[in-house]
Design a protein around this ligand. Structure first.
Ligand SMILES: Cc1ncc(COP(=O)(O)O)c(C=O)c1O
Length: 430
């Protein structure tokens, strides 16, 4: 509590833990009402309370223990030691609309080396996470009522942006290998015949969120042929590509096609840390200009960009070599625990080669979405299947859940899955 002689911060006037403000009611003003002033498009959406269950399989990023905090700080310091005037100038001005040049140059080199396609630094736009990149591209391509295709279960951050800008999202059939090309072809053909030609396809081809699947190179080539046949751009979200601990990396759609039909989006959130808020995209020049025309403000945080560039330029391989075996061990412990505790329940689960997620499918009669809150309160967090349904029909996901194995420790993954089985039994879901 500040004493009467010192300056008060506005929040010091209130005891945040008490029901009543500390100020006497005679000093209170009536609360201003915005009731008649809200825009039609605004919604009163509760803030995410940010709660974690004891065993948190809902949080969707790698564990903080892999975050290279010292390395990032040293990189920033090294950039200042090398050329403090340059770093100062970068901070003294608003960032370029495309973001810090050194990180764009590094990203272009990384894409050429890791993803096999060549773009210049000026063909890359850095964004506040890849979520912003996706939103900009969606705005440039979507009118209300447009049909947009996506995997039948897909990352809800993108579907909520798609719906926000009026898209009618339809799910494309998948199996454990991702989108089934023939099903895609048939669906687009049928929609077009019905006068409902879809506008574009959104896909997460590598370690898909939430199902953990990866599209083979063969399927990608088939999907590209279908895309050209139907004039259907592909919005490729390569957010998890660096998180591979098994098997071979598959070629990016963008590396298989130089025509401009592929828009490529990726992120430094999962490789390094989501709090850095650094993602990026590259697309054909006019689409990039139109997407960027929706950008509010300038490029993303320069400090973060300089730290990432310096750190990854010197440490990408060692970081991945440290990080991915940790992910693998965590995935293994969850999968082994699922075998032990769910083995004779009729459930199935995906076994990913990378990324953060195992997709659990209980028998169809089992509803694990309505018991999700109770299970959370009893100690295990997961995200229920209906949240990922592309078409939001609530028809196909109630017996499914996404389990993130990356956030908790190896031990907690095993303990949490044992408890999950116990709780499912207690609630009649198993
Ligand atoms: C598939 C996918 N794309 C994009 C994002 C957005 O990530 P960010 O905005 O942190 O780059 C996420 C985050 O979970 C994701 O899973």
């Amino acid at each position: 509590m500040a004493d009467s002689g010192s300056k008060l911060h506005p929040l010091d006037l209130y005891d945040m833990t008490a029901a009543e403000p500390r100020l006497g009611s005679s000093n209170m003003v009536d609360t201003f009402s915005y009731d008649t002033l809200f825009s039609e498009g605004s919604t009163d959406t509760p803030l995410n309370p940010g709660l974690h269950a004891k065993y948190d399989f809902a949080t969707a990023y790698p564990a903080p223990e892999t975050l290279p905090l010292d390395g990032l700080i040293q990189s920033l310091q090294a950039a200042v030691d090398r050329d403090s005037t340059k770093v100062l100038a970068e901070l003294a001005y608003y960032p370029h609309q495309l973001g810090a040049l050194e990180l764009r140059e590094y990203t272009a080199e990384k894409l050429a080396a890791d993803r096999g396609f060549t773009v210049t630094a000026d063909e890359i736009a850095l964004t506040n996470g890849s979520g912003e990149a996706l939103g900009l591209v969606i705005q440039a391509l979507t009118d209300p009522g447009d049909i947009v295709l996506a995997e039948e279960f897909v990352y809800m951050g993108t579907t909520s942006q798609l719906r926000r800008f009026g898209a009618d999202v339809r799910g494309v059939a998948m199996d454990e290998g991702g989108i089934i090309p023939q099903a895609l072809d048939e669906q687009v053909t049928a929609l077009t015949a019905a006068g409902e030609t879809p506008k574009y396809l959104y896909t997460i081809p590598e370690h898909q969120n939430p199902m953990g699947s990866t599209l083979s190179g063969e399927r990608r080539k088939e999907i590209l042929k279908i895309a050209h046949k139907h004039n259907l751009p592909i919005l490729e979200d390569d957010c998890y590509v660096d998180l591979r601990y098994k098997g071979d990396v598959q070629p990016a759609f963008r590396a298989l096609d130089d025509s401009g039909i592929v828009v490529y989006v990726a992120s430094y959130s999962k490789l390094l840390a989501p709090g850095l808020r650094l993602g990026y995209f590259t697309a054909s020049p006019e689409l990039m200009r139109r997407a960027l025309s929706f950008k509010l403000g300038s490029g993303p945080n320069q400090f973060a960009a300089v730290a990432i560039e310096g750190y990854l330029r010197n440490n990408l391989e060692s970081h991945r070599d440290n990080f991915n075996p940790i992910l693998e061990a965590k995935c293994d412990s969850m999968v082994v625990a699922l075998e032990e505790h769910f083995g004779d329940s009729g459930a199935t689960w995906s076994i990913p080669e990378g990324g953060c997620y195992v997709w659990l499918t209980m028998p169809e009669s089992s509803d694990i979405s309505t018991i999700r809150d109770k299970v959370f309160d009893q100690g295990v967090g997961y995200v229920a299947g209906p949240n990922f349904e592309a078409d939001a029909s609530g028809r196909i996901g109630k017996n499914c859940a996404r389990l993130c194995f990356a956030f908790e420790s190896v031990e907690k993954n095993a303990e949490g899955i044992a408890l999950l089985a116990q709780l499912f039994k207690q609630h009649g879901a198993m």
